[in-house]
Every structure is written in structure tokens, then in C-alpha cells.
Ligand binder design. Structure first.
Ligand SMILES: *Cc1c(COP(=O)(O)O)cnc(C)c1O
Length: 423
């Protein structure tokens, strides 16, 4: 399917007068339409709740949009928890799914009344030493080990992942938690990432539902929710078919009716912690071509770099690129599109067929709405960009200003430094 940016060249030219490139821009309309569809897909389950994975796009303006749909947040760090608190998301609207968790993070999660999802059996004692009495509702993260396969082949390798408890451990954890007064239980698992198939959630659900039946039977624990976590993917490449969340919801319903209903567990709530699926397609990184270089290859140098979007450098991830205003031009040139870091992996695209690019052209790098800005860092002293929201009425709101040198130097307050610069 042809990937079409949600902004035009004319819009970007106008926006860039106020907010120079590079910047991430988000599409409010797209976010809302998708959120409504997620709600519809699981409407059959009265307790359904999406806990948006804050790490994907930690921006309070965007989190607030999702909050309107009744969604909570999934956090895994102190500052993510603080972000939730700041916008009034507390209590069981927070799922705290962390790992290798520092004591102060557990302490703050408990203080906010978040649902705590334990990554390891040893965290029972660790948490108890911090909070004294365990909360009445607790969740445990499950890792079945081995490889996770669907009909189209191997999806991921849980046996190689640091997360979660073994089957034996989760049974033991439930028994211990129950003996310590925990009353309501959840199961969580994240077995495959960025799955572009409608089969992932239903297959995962079936596996977790079967585990839930065994756990309830053998430990007597009251299982109140099953958390399918994240992993629902998006089509980064034009040849990929997008997931159909309505079909995914129906698939989970089928497994629910097959496994949980006959076991008398028809009151179990389904939770999700999607990040990528909620936001990725509704964000783009807009950057300007500032150099062209002809050596052993053809290079286009842009004003963004891996600091603004790390996925290509980190995982060799594909992000589609549209040259704005040249949407219908033939892709008869082959370029490496590079940023300015002193790192040869700072390339948004390698050997990519694109229309001929002139200096000054705006490039729209697709699907940066999740795990895009958020993964940013400051290597080479590069500063993070602004984030903008394209509102439904087509106006533009600044939802995070770009960093300035003053921000970059802010943590040097232990050094006599500030007087040297006129910030
Ligand atoms: C990263 C993460 C998510 C979100 O994953 P997506 O692939 O963005 O949907 C959800 N839950 C946990 C615990 C995570 O670590």
C-alpha cells in the first residue's frame, strides 16, 4: 500500500516558518480514529482497558488525548510514573510493568496505587521490604521460554528474553502472593514485538487463558485480568498489510469463548499495553535536505540525525521516506540519506530509491510516532527536536519545544561554566 504522509509540502513550508526543521509532528485525527477503533475492537469485554505504553511517546499532550478514550498508562520507570501523575492518571489506571526495578520506582508506583506487575519471583520479597503490606491486586509476568511461532513462522524468541517468570515460578509466585493476602491476580506476557499479523494477540491470548485456567484451579487465586501487553505492529514497509484491530479483537474473543467461558471465568478483563500500534503511524519526522555529496555513493545529508530517530541506526529498522511535493515523481535515484553524527550508521536509509532530491527539499520520515523521539539521545552534543501536534482543525500546537544549548549544559551546574556563555 502506498504510504501517504498526513501533511503536504505546502503545510510543512508554512509550519517551518515558525518551527524550523527537524521536528516530529503528530496527527491528532489519526490518533483519535485509531483509539476509537481499539475501543470498539474489545467492546465485547466489559473490563477491557488499554494501558498506553508511555515509553513509546512520553508526551503529556498525546497521553491526554488517549486518556479521553478511557485508556490508562503502562509505565516502567519513576519519571514515566511522574508524567502520569502530572496529568491525573493514578491508581489502577497505571500498570507498572518494569524489570530490574529500582526500589524507589516500586515505592512511587505503590504510592500512586498503580497495579504492579512483577517481572520476577524474587521481586515479591523485594517489594514487600519496601511497601510492607502488598497491594490487594498484583500481576505477574510470564515467560514460557522457547520460541514463539505463528502460522507464518517464528515470531520471536522468549527463551532468550530477560523478562518474566518461568511457568513453575509463576505458580509458586501466585501461592506466595496469596498467602501474603493478595486477593486479585493478573497475568502478563509480551512474547513478540512488532507483529504485523492479526494472529499474534489471539494466539497469545489462548496460551495465557489456558495458563489462567490452570493457575486458578491449582492455586485458588482469583484471576481478574489478563494483560496481552504490547507487540501489535505497524506496516513500516509499503508492501506490508496493516493489522486489522477489529479482526484481532474478534480473534481474542474467540479464544475467550473457547477457553475462559467453559472454565467459568467469563468475568476476566482483557488488558493491553500497546505503544507502537497506538502512535507510530501518526507521527512523522520532518527534515530538510541540506547537502548532497557524490563520492563512492550518492548521499543526501539532512538536518535530522539518529539523535532524533534512532531505530534505523540501532536495529537497521526501515522507515519509509516521502520527499514532500514529489509524491508522484518516479523513484529513479538511489541514495543514502544521512544525518550528521560522526557514526557511519547514522543513515535513515541506505541504497533507497527516491525521486531526485534537491537541497531544500523536505523529507517526511514515516511512522516515527512511537519509539521515535522517545529514544533520542544527545551524542555529538546534538539537541533533541521539537514535537508538534497537527490538530484536527489543521492548526499546529507546539507540544514540546526543541532543546537549546542551555538544556544540554544544565547538568553542569557543578562546574563554573554558565558565565562563559551568553545563553
Ligand atoms: C515496550 C513495551 C510495551 C509496548 O510495546 P509496543 O511494541 O510499542 O506495543 C508494552 N509493555 C511493556 C512492558 C513494554 O516494555
Amino acid at each position: 500500500m502506498k504510504k501517504i504522509p498526513f501533511v503536504t509540502k505546502e503545510q510543512i513550508e508554512e509550519i517551518a516558518k515558525t518551527y524550523p526543521t527537524p521536528f516530529h509532528i503528530y496527527d491528532e485525527k489519526g490518533i483519535r480514529e485509531n483509539a476509537a477503533k481499539v475501543k470498539e475492537a474489545f467492546a465485547w469485554n466489559p473490563g477491557f482497558k488499554e494501558y498506553f505504553a508511555v515509553k513509546a511517546t512520553p508526551n503529556p499532550f498525546l497521553m491526554n488525548i488517549l486518556k479521553e478514550y478511557g485508556f490508562g498508562c503502562d509505565c516502567s520507570s519513576l519519571t514515566e510514573l511522574m508524567l502520569c501523575k502530572a496529568i491525573g492518571i493514578t491508581g489502577d489506571d497505571i500498570m507498572f510493568s518494569s524489570n530490574d526495578t529500582p526500589a524507589e520506582d516500586f515505592e512511587y508506583a505503590a504510592k500512586l496505587g498503580a497495579i504492579i506487575n512483577l517481572d520476577d519471583i524474587t521481586h515479591i520479597e523485594f517489594l514487600e521490604n519496601i511497601v510492607g503490606t502488598l497491594p490487594e491486586t498484583m500481576s505477574c509476568r510470564y515467560n514460557p521460554g522457547g520460541v514463539f511461532t505463528l502460522s507464518n513462522g517464528i515470531m520471536d524468541n522468549p527463551g532468550d528474553a530477560k523478562y518474566g517468570m518461568t511457568e513453575e515460578q509463576i505458580f509458586e509466585a501466585y501461592r506466595i502472593l496469596k498467602s501474603k493476602g493478595v486477593k486479585h491476580f493478573g497475568i502478563h506476557a509480551f512474547l513478540a514485538s512488532n507483529t504485523v499479523t492479526n494472529e499474534y494477540y489471539p494466539a497469545l491470548a489462548k496460551q495465557l487463558f489456558e495458563l489462567a485456567v490452570r493457575l486458578e484451579k491449582e492455586t485458588g487465586a482469583d484471576i481478574s485480568f489478563i494483560n496481552l501487553s504490547g507487540g501489535v505492529g505497524v506496516p513500516y514497509r509499503p508492501d506490508q498489510k496493516p493489522n486489522d484491530i477489529l479482526a484481532i479483537g474478534e480473534g481474542v474473543r474467540k479464544a475467550y469463548e473457547e477457553v475462559l467461558i467453559p472454565a467459568g471465568m467469563g468475568d476476566v478483563s482483557i488488558y493491553a499495553e500497546m505503544g507502537r500500534f497506538m502512535m507510530a503511524p501518526y507521527g512523522g519526522l520532518v527534515t530538510k535536505a541540506i547537502h548532497e555529496k557524490h563520492t563512492y555513493k550518492e548521499y543526501i545529508g539532512v538536518d535530522a540525525c539518529a539523535v532524533n530517530l534512532m531505530r534505523p541506526a540501532m536495529y537497521g529498522a526501515y522507515h519509509h521516506i516521502t520527499v514532500l511535493g514529489k509524491e508522484d515523481a518516479p523513484c529513479d535515484h538511489t541514495y543514502d540519506v544521512t544525518g550528521s553524527l560522526c557514526e557511519n550508521n547514522d543513515k535513515f536509509a541506505i541504497d533507497r530509491n527516491l525521486p531526485e532530491i534537491q537541497k531544500g527539499d523536505y523529507l517526511f520520515i514515516h511512522d516515527t510516532g512511537a519509539h521515535g523521539f522517545a529514544m533520542g539521545y544527545n551524542y555529538n552534543g546534538k539537541l533533541k527536536s521539537a514535537e508538534l501536534l497537527l490538530k484536527e482543525d489543521k492548526s499546529v500546537q507546539l507540544i514540546r519545544r526543541k532543546e537549546t544549548p542551555k538544556d544540554y549544559f544544565a547538568t553542569f551546574d557543578c562546574f563554573d561554566f554558565y558565565d562563559n556563555f551568553d545563553f
